[in-house]
Write a protein that binds this ligand. Structure first.
Ligand code: NAD
Ligand code: ZN
Ligand code: ZN
Length: 400
């Protein structure tokens, strides 16, 4: 089959690789019809080289059709079922799964690396599981993971259940916006866009959105968000305080993550770490504060006293400098972490089955590309070229 493989910093290729096969009774094989590129893939593309090996297949936001099942997986899915596959791999039966903490599943946890549940296409730290930007995917723990969706509506209606939608949903739940309250979303990439839409859907009265990219600001504006262009406004937290009686918003969601714009010294650090030999780079990346923190520090400055900060963006540094005095003095509650995808599906699904499409799933992907054009997709998504906000790859299609 064909798959998108990683070869080095900003070097991904579509290559022929062996087809996946059933290896465990709990496995299924899914033929992929849509598979997205995520902001998390950009971290692999740019800074996390130390945790990858050439030839690794990336991708963790797929949907498709079940083609083969092991005997235990057959208790949940059958060949022909249309399914979305969550990005984290969980067993549904362990102590953590019983508490719906699927991102911490104890069956797939990576104890040696000291990390949570395994993830598709996400480095040696998270199980080294082949990813989903491919024609076929082996799905472990398929007696639990795959989400069955009805035949009829287009893939775009459901494919974001794999990551973006539940991640945004959890981010908004964590933000704990009071009814009729206010929230600021930092970063209007795919995750921030959906955080803003979900916040409105769940009753936030005032939603502010911050980014630097004009078409991302414009997309958010279309969905009722009051946008702030961080490229034009120097003091974003100050501007938001001016709009909120000097207090800041009740809640803030950081949907920026470790590659924020705005800190040239840390940006230089990223390039250095990405260029180092694996062993040294991995140590530095894990032990040192190599994250770019502009999104996070602005988030901390923007949340009102006694408010809640929900961190959805991914950070990796163990020694990131944080303004502890501000956090403590303001009495900020912080919640964060990887999304427990399946926990939120029942709450989200009715909105996807609503003909009115209240979450705007059909005003989201800016690019649908054949798998062959995935390297181009990575490039335009990273560089924010050609109006790119979200790329959906379609393995079954070919270039025109
Ligand atoms: N917690 C989870 O389970 C989970 C799941 C999926 C993605 N993520 C993470 O969420 C983050 C966002 O993902 P995405 O797909 O939207 O990626 P993205 O890279 O497209 O989005 C980041 C956005 O932040 C903007 N930005 C950069 N610096 C900023 C600043 N200083 N102030 C305001 N905006 C700034 C960028 O212009 C961009 O639009 C990533 O770190 C990703 O890894 C987390
Ligand atoms: Zn993702
Ligand atoms: Zn489990």
């Amino acid at each position: 089959m064909k798959a998108l493989t990683w070869h080095g910093r900003r070097d991904v290729r579509v290559e022929s690789v062996p087809d996946p096969t059933i290896q465990e009774p709990t496995d299924a094989i899914v033929e992929i019809t849509s598979t997205n590129i995520c902001g998390s893939d950009l971290h692999l593309y740019e800074v996390l080289s130390a945790f990858l090996e050439p030839g690794d297949i990336l991708g963790h936001e797929p949907m498709g059709v079940v083609r083969e099942v092991g005997p235990v997986a057959a208790e949940h899915v059958r060949p022909g079922d249309r399914v979305v596959v969550p990005f984290n791999i969980a067993c549904g039966r362990c102590w953590m799964c019983d508490r719906q903490l699927y991102a911490q599943c104890e069956t797939t946890q990576n104890r040696q690396a000291g990390k949570g549940a395994s993830l598709f296409g996400y480095t040696k730290l998270y199980g080294h599981v082949p990813g989903a930007q491919a024609e076929y995917l082996r799905v472990p723990q398929a007696h639990f993971g795959p989400i069955k969706v009805p035949v009829g509506p287009p893939d775009d209606r459901f494919v974001y259940l794999s990551d973006v939608l539940p991640t945004a949903w959890q981010g908004v739940v964590h933000a704990d916006v009071p009814k009729g309250g206010s929230v600021t979303v930092f970063g209007l990439g795919p995750i921030g866009q959906m955080c803003a839409r979900v916040a409105r859907l769940r009753g936030a009265e005032q939603v502010y959105g911050v980014d630097l990219v004009p078409e991302r600001l414009e997309m958010a504006r279309r969905h009722g968000v009051e946008v702030i262009n961080a490229d034009v406004i120097d003091d974003v937290p100050g501007a938001i305080k001016d709009l909120t009686d000097g207090r800041g918003t009740d809640a803030v969601i950081d949907a920026v993550g470790m590659e924020a714009h705005g800190n040239p010294i840390q940006a230089f650090g990223h390039r250095v770490v990405a260029a180092l030999p694996d062993a040294v780079g991995a140590r530095l990346a894990e032990r040192m504060g190599m994250d770019r923190l502009a999104g996070l520090t602005d988030s901390i400055a923007t949340v009102r006293r006694g408010g809640t900060l929900s961190i959805v963006g991914v950070y990796t540094g163990a020694a990131d400098p944080l303004p502890m005095l501000d956090l403590f003095d303001k009495g900020v509650q912080i919640r964060m972490g990887q999304c427990h995808v399946k926990r939120w599906i029942d709450e989200i699904m009715p909105h996807l089955l609503d003909d009115a499409d209240p979450l705007g799933t059909e005003d989201f992907a800016t690019h649908h590309l054949p798998l062959d054009e995935a390297p181009h997709g990575y490039e335009i998504f990273q560089n924010k070229q050609d109006g790119c906000v979200k790329v959906v790859l379609r393995p079954g299609t070919t270039s025109e």
